[in-house]
Design a protein around this ligand. Sequence first.
Ligand code: NI
Length: 506
Amino acid sequence: MQAETKKTSDRRSGFRRTKIFLILVSAGAAAGVLFFSFPQRTPKNKKPDFLEAEDRQLDQALHEKQDAVEIVVFYPQEPQAIQSAAKKQAEQLMNTLTAEYAQPVELPAARQEDPDPLLIKADYHTEALAQNTVSVVYLIQKKVGDHIEEERWGYLLDQQTGALVGADRAFDQTGLNRISALFRDAMKNQEATRALAYSLPFIQASAPAAENFSSFYFDENQLTFFVAIHADDPAQNRTVQTEDFSETNEDLENKPEAPTPDQGELLSWSVDCAKLGSHFLLKPREDSVDLFIPPRTVDPDRPMVALTFDDGPHPQNTPRILEALRTSDGASTFFMVGTNVERYPDVVRQVAESGSEIASHTYDHPNLTKLSGDRLNYQLNRVSELVSELTGQQVSVKTLRPPYGAVSEQVREAADTPLILWSMDTLDWKTRNAQKTIRHVLEQVEDGDIILMHDIHAESADAAVAIIPQLTAMGYQLVTVQELMQAKELEMLPGQKIFSGNPFTE
Ligand code: NI
C-alpha cells in the first residue's frame, strides 16, 4: 500500500508527530520493523563523547555502529526484577532507531554534508509511581551536524514483576473518559491536526478504551501518550511506517477536503496529570510539605541508649513502637529496607514526625560484601533517595546499617555514611520471645549502648513496648544513633564502623 502524505509545513510545526516509535505502540510486537544487524567491527576510536552518559557504564547500554550511524541506548539495571523487561524495551527502541536511519533517504539534509556518523543517544531517567510502578523516561538525542534534535519516549513497568503497565492498570474508566475527551479536544484545537480530528479513524482510535492509550509515560506531572491512528482495518498490524518525507506538499493540494490519515499516524500528546485527579491510579504521592519534625533535646550528662529497629518499616509494629516512644519522650533509629519504604510510605512519614531517625538498611537487604560498582552504590544510596522523595526533602538519611553486619574495605570506601553496628544483640529475631528480649535488654543495658532489634516481628514490638517505659524509669534517655554520637562527642565519618556510644568499645 502506498502511503499518502499530508505533511505540510504548518502541520510539521504546529503539532508534534512522532515517527519513530510506532513499533513500541503495539504491545511486544516486533513485526513490521526491519532489523538491521550491523557487521561486527571493532570501533577504530573510542565512543564519541556525545554518546557517553553521566554515571552510566557502557555495559548498561546497547551499542550499534555502522558507517552512517552510531547509536547507544541505555536502560535501567535496577531493581533486578525489571532488568530484562527494560532491556527488551531498549532493544525495540534500538531496532526502531536502526530501521529508521538505515534508509539513506530518511537521513536529514544536514547529514549529507557531514562526513561523521550520525550519533544517537537514548538515555533515560526514572520516576517512581504508586503501586510499585516506575516510569522510564527516555530522552533521545540525535546529533545532526552541529545541532541536536531531541525526542522523548517512555513506558511504565511494575517493579516487582517487570511487567509492562498499561492504561488498564493506570486509569479507571472515568480517567479514560477524560483522557479521550481531552485528547480529542486538543487535536481539534491544533491547526496541524484539526482536519484529522474529525476523521473516523481518529475518532475510533481516540475512543475511551484502555488499548488506545496504553503507550504512555509519566514525567514531571505530565502524562504523555502515543496514540496510533490507522487508515485501514484497526485490527491489522499497527506497526506500519507513519510518514514519508520524500513526498512533497503538492500532493496535498489534490486531496479531498476531509482527510483520512496516512497508512499509519502516531500522535504524541501530553496532559497534566492533575486533570485526571484520582482517576490516574498510579499518581505519585504528593510531597508532604507539612511534615512536622519535632525538636529534641538530649542531656549529654545523663545516661542514654539508642534502641535500633531493623528490616522495617512494618504497618502494625512500627506505629506501636512509635506510640511507646512518644509516651516516654523517647526516640529510636529505624534502619529501613528500601522495599518496605516503598510499600509503607505512610509509616515512613510517621517515623519522621515522631522525631525518630530514619536510617538505611539497604534497598533489599543483600550482603554488601558480595556487591561492587553500581550495584553496591544502588544499595547504599537508594533508601536515601526514596526517603528524600517521600518527605519532600525534609528528611535526609545519614546512617546505614549493613545487612548481617557484613562490611568489607570496598563497602567502607563506597559508603557516604557511617556504618552502624551494635553493642548489644538481643537475638530477638531468633528467640521470637518478648520476655527473653525484655530480660536481655534490662539485665545488660549500659550507658551508650546501641541495641539491635527488629520491628518486622510482633514479638519484638511487644518487647519494645515494655522496654521503653522501663528504661525511661531507670533514668535512660532513649535517643537516636545520631543523637547518641553527638551527645558523646564521638566522630561519625563516612565508611566508619560504629558499635556504640561508648568510646572504649571497639
Ligand atoms: Ni536486617
